[in-house]
Structures are given as C-alpha cells and as structure tokens.
Design a protein around this ligand. Structure first.
Ligand SMILES: Nc1ncnc2c1ncn2[C@@H]1O[C@H](COP(=O)(O)OP(=O)(O)OP(=O)(O)O)[C@@H](O)[C@H]1O
Ligand SMILES: [Mg+2]
Length: 235
C-alpha cells in the first residue's frame, strides 16, 4: 500500500486516561474506545436515568481534538449544517439529543447515513461530505424519531445504580472529585442511599456538610420534605 494511503488508515491516538474519571461501565468504555478508533463511522447513543454519567462520557470524548460539543436544544442560529461544514468535526457530541429541533435532526439523519451535509441557509448552499462520528446522550428516547435512533448503531440504556454500585460511585465521586474525606464520604452515601440513588444528592450534601451531624440533619430534612403525591391526600 502506498504511504499516502497508509497515513489515512493510521488509527487515532487517544489519551491513556480517557474515561478514567468514570466509575464502572468498563464494558461501555471498552466499546466506545473501539468506536472512537474505528476506521468507518460508528455512532453511539447513551440514554437513561439522570446522574448516570452520560454527560460525563461525552465530556471525556470532548477532550479529543477535532470534537465539537453541542446541546440539542441550543444549536446556533446558523444551524447544524453550518457548524458541521465550518468545523468538520471528527466527533460530534450532542447532549440532550431529544431536545434537538426536527430541522436539525434531518441534517443529522443524512450525516449519519451517508456523511452528506446539505442545507440552504441565508440563500447560501452548504454541501460537504464528512466522516463524522456522532455520540449523543438523552434521558428518554421517545421523542427521537425511529429512523434517527436506528442510525445509532450502538445504543446503551443506563439503568439506576444498584445499591452496591451507588455506594461505590458515590464514594469515589465524593473523594476524588469533591475532595471529601473517605469516612465522611461513605457516611454521606450510606445515608443518601436510604432514600435515593441520585449521585447529585450526595454531591449537594457533601458541599455543605462538614460533620456527620450536619449530614444527619440535612438527610433527615430532605427525607421530611421528600416529594409526595398530594392527590393521595386531597383527592
Ligand atoms: N459512574 C460515574 N462515575 C463518575 N461520576 C459519576 C458517575 N455517575 C454519576 N456521576 C456523577 O454524577 C453527576 C452527574 O453525572 P452526569 O452529568 O454525567 O449524569 P447524566 O447521566 O448526564 O445525567 P442527566 O440525565 O441528568 O443529564 C456528575 O457529577 C458525575 O460526576
Ligand atoms: Mg447529562
């Protein structure tokens, strides 16, 4: 094979610590690393419950040069086709894909199927062919048209953490990312696990509690004011 072709086939170098901040999901990490390095585009969708590290996966991929991150509901006025033709990203990261306007979803459909990006904006024609890989996240996928969902060859639906997973994730997040002492971290996570599996609650408490007494007071108050269905009481 001639040298100039070999150059194009060279696999992408990824940082050694990519995804290291994410606790667990070793299988997902392995597959996404393969997708990031694949020669032909492979698109992946992460869907599922809140606080399950979906955005964290995207922000890790965002560390790669030639990636472009956007929020589904906040594409620029110029539009997705313009962004794609301007930046020609190797990796397009879309968080909250379910909030993306239909017009933009149409651009995505074509990009993901054939690589063709075609649009007319302000009487200017846009037409480029890209080999962009799309990595997207959303909570629920009901609002995403079936044909777009189908173009994500790899779909992962993240479920709530089991109690053991929650304790491991929560404690590691508090110690490694929030700088909380290990004993206080596991105390917070144990108490939070009594009423929710939302890691963000652990983070919130960790940011304001200095002692175990503080934790008890906050947890008891949060449990007292826990959401309830008022229709059960007022008919
Ligand atoms: N497995 C995990 N590893 C590391 N941090 C985690 C993990 N799960 C949750 N977190 C922490 O929980 C918080 C929420 O994570 P993230 O924003 O990635 O969730 P999400 O799945 O995108 O949630 P949402 O659907 O609400 O947008 C972050 O602070 C993150 O560090
Ligand atoms: Mg998110």
């Amino acid at each position: 094979m001639p040298w100039y072709k070999k150059k194009h086939r060279k696999s992408t170098k990824l940082p050694r610590d990519l995804f290291d901040v994410i606790v667990g999901y070793e299988d997902v990490k392995k597959i996404l690393l393969k997708a990031l390095k694949s020669k032909k585009p492979v698109h992946a969708l992460l869907a599922g419950v809140p606080a399950s590290a979906k955005s964290l996966f995207l922000s890790e991929i965002q560390r790669l040069p030639s990636s472009y991150f956007l929020l589904g509901g906040k594409t620029t006025k110029a539009g997705l086709a313009w962004i794609l033709s301007r930046y020609k990203p190797k990796y397009l990261l879309i968080d909250e894909l379910d909030k993306m306007p239909r017009r933009e979803m149409t651009v995505l459909l074509s990009l993901m199927e054939t690589g063709l990006v075609k649009d007319v904006k302000y009487r200017k024609e846009i037409e480029v062919v890209l080999d962009t890989k799309v990595f997207a996240a959303c909570n629920r996928d009901d609002a995403i048209p079936a044909e777009l969902k189908s173009r994500f060859y790899l779909k992962f639906y993240f479920k709530p953490y089991t109690l053991t997973e929650f304790k491991e994730v929560g404690t590691k997040v508090l110690v490694n990312r929030e700088g909380v002492k290990a004993s206080l971290a596991s105390y917070i996570v144990n108490r939070v696990s009594e009423f929710t599996r939302d890691v963000r609650v652990c983070i919130g408490i960790a940011r304001i509690a200095e002692t175990k007494n503080d934790v008890d007071f906050i947890v008891d108050s949060l449990r007292k004011y826990k959401k309830f269905d008022w229709r059960d009481h007022f008919g």
